[in-house]
Design a protein around this ligand. Sequence first.
Ligand code: HEM
Length: 187
Amino acid sequence: MSSQPSHRYSSIAIVLHWVTAVLMLGNIVLIWVVDELPDERVRWAIDTHKSIGITVLGLFVLRLLWRLGTRPPALDGLSAWEQVAAKWGHIGLYVLLAALPLSGWLHDSAWKDAAAHPMSLFGLVPWPRIGIVMGLEPGLKEQLHDLFGELHEWLANGFYLLFALHVLGALKHQFLDRQKLLQRMWF
Ligand code: HEM
């Protein structure tokens, strides 16, 4: 097995990968600690969570465009089943990068007090709610608020699982198989 990285990802792909990873993990930590924060910081934390989530969605769109226009380097040195697992793991992560922010945005748009608390990205740029959801009748909106909230939570659980497998897979190839896989995703 080769100890050399076969090919590197492009600089754009590397930046998008690591910025997205930091924002995703930061957003999860932020929402985990929200109950420990003093009352006056809670609103700020949830608003920042929403802003980071929308940023992740924007980066996801850029990443998808990049991915559709570029072939990533081949997964050389992996067995056939590992290549299949890596491919489906990556597809799952792409799906969650879109579905997590979208479900959060839907959940927030169905919030009964949404109109009284306009959204803005990092307090700088006004950001819309999803109009079709905001305009629904209050009883249905309340039900959808709960439903999208649960969906958001379950997608987050799916993300923890795929993220753990993604990191464990990368570490296995790096340290047990000595394939220098991480260098492919670094400058
Ligand atoms: C990077 C994308 C995102 C990730 C990884 C993420 C993750 C999470 C997690 C783990 C929770 C806690 C779920 C639970 O256990 O109850 C949560 C809650 C929540 N998220 Fe997100 N989220 C993302 C994007 C968004 C977006 C874009 C919005 C809205 C525009 C949003 C709005 C919310 C709200 C309102 C809650 C409930 C907060 C509370 O009242 O405690 N999220 N999110």
